[in-house]
Design a protein around this ligand. Structure first.
Ligand code: PBG
Length: 365
């Protein structure tokens, strides 16, 4: 499908559905849910279905399972350490990541995403360490694969964790340059695929990177490696704890990524981003952050019917945990509610730092 077909498809899909995203023959665009087939109160009492646990289970429209989860893990050299702003999350040594992947697999979690802490001494203006075949990400991927060949491994493609300035690409006179960056990202993706990474996830928001990475992977014989594109990635304040955890915050404070990540005010633009990534060969698409962007997930799922993922980012996790630690929220219930919201919005799966605790809770029933 070329981009024009995809956009056309998305328009006709949108017309066939009402505001709830439910397809109804002859439904007017934007019309309210039809009440024609429903008696009025008191014949109809919606509370009847809600009265018992068994009937609530019967009519439940969405379900969250371990199969829906991708677990992001942080890896570093030396010792494992706690991330202060993300209670319950640690930066793990490679050996601990291997154990953690085994635990995830036992719990039925299909995939993990590995994010590295790069020593300051290894960072540079051009982020060259990202291309080092022996860097910590590659070693972690290879170690996990060797011990657990059946768990999916996802790696970010972006330079922010490797550059001294913390931007996702190469900078020239203060501008993150697009096409030169894409060339480096292709090489980064290749290095990760060679290490055994199953899912390449470009998170940099450069134009044209998905197509270029796809071509690079195919030419090198990695046509079976998947691409999960961070398609609608917003310039968000909710990434703060992640940048603390991995030391990727700009040295002079406040990473301003607004010249490449999306404006939180925009929604139509997200569909154009997703359409381009699909046309360029993305296997799966992502909306990020999660909870403040549920409307985008719904629009993307309705328009493209693609495998669609949400990223419950570090700031969302931190808010829920901090409130729970203060006794202001029931942490477990709030976490489950926020995760089922992604399914309801149309996501096929969720990247969440709470994957392990959630899978355990789901198993316990
Ligand atoms: C790197 C990247 C970021 C996140 C995932 N990949 C941060 C950023 O773009 O600054 C954020 C994840 C989170 O906050 O949990 N490009």
């Amino acid at each position: 499908m070329n981009i024009r077909n995809i956009l056309q498809y998305s328009r006709s899909e949108a017309k066939a559905k009402d505001r709830d995203g439910v397809r109804r023959a002859g439904a007017e665009v934007g019309g309210a849910p039809s009440t024609a087939a429903m008696a009025a109160y008191p014949q109809t009492r919606l509370r009847r279905n809600r009265a018992s646990a068994w009937s609530r289970r019967l009519v439940s429209e969405n379900r969250l399972g371990a199969d829906d989860l991708i677990w992001p893990v942080f890896v570093q050299e030396g010792e494992s350490t706690e991330v202060a702003s993300m209670p319950g999350v640690k930066r793990l040594t490679i050996e601990r990541v291997v154990e953690a992947a085994g635990e995830a697999k036992e719990l039925g979690i299909p995939a993990i995403a590995i994010f590295p802490v790069i020593d300051d001494a290894l960072k540079s203006d051009g982020g060259d360490e990202a291309l080092n075949r022996d860097n910590i990400v590659c070693r972690a991927v290879a170690a996990v694969k060797a011990a657990n060949p059946d768990i999916g491994i996802m790696c970010d493609v972006a330079l922010d964790l490797f550059t001294t300035h913390g931007h996702d690409g190469l900078t020239r006179a203060g501008v993150v340059v697009n096409d030169e960056t894409v060339e480096v990202l292709c090489r980064q993706a290749l290095v990760q695929a060679e290490a055994g990474c199953d899912i390449i996830a470009p998170s940099d928001m450069m134009d044209g990177r998905v197509g270029a990475i796809r071509r690079t992977l195919d030419e090198a014989g990695f046509e079976r490696v998947l691409i999960l594109a961070y398609s609608a990635k917003y310039a968000s304040a909710f990434y703060g704890p992640f940048r603390d955890a991995l030391g990727s915050a700009a040295p002079l404070g406040g990473n301003d990524k607004r010249a490449y990540q999306m404006d939180p005010a925009n929604s139509d633009e997200a569909l154009r981003e997703v359409a381009l990534d699909i046309a360029e060969g993305a296997d799966m698409v992502m909306v990020k952050p999660g909870m403040p962007y549920l409307d985008i997930i719904r629009r993307v799922k309705d328009a493209f019917a693609m495998p669609t993922f949400a990223y419950q980012v570090s700031g969302e996790y931190a808010m829920l945990k901090a409130a729970a630690q203060n006794g202001w929220l029931d942490g477990e219930a709030a976490m489950m509610e926020s995760l089922i919201a992604f399914k309801r919005a149309g996501a096929d799966g969720v990247l969440t730092y709470a994957a392990i605790e959630t899978a355990k809770r789901l198993k316990a029933g």
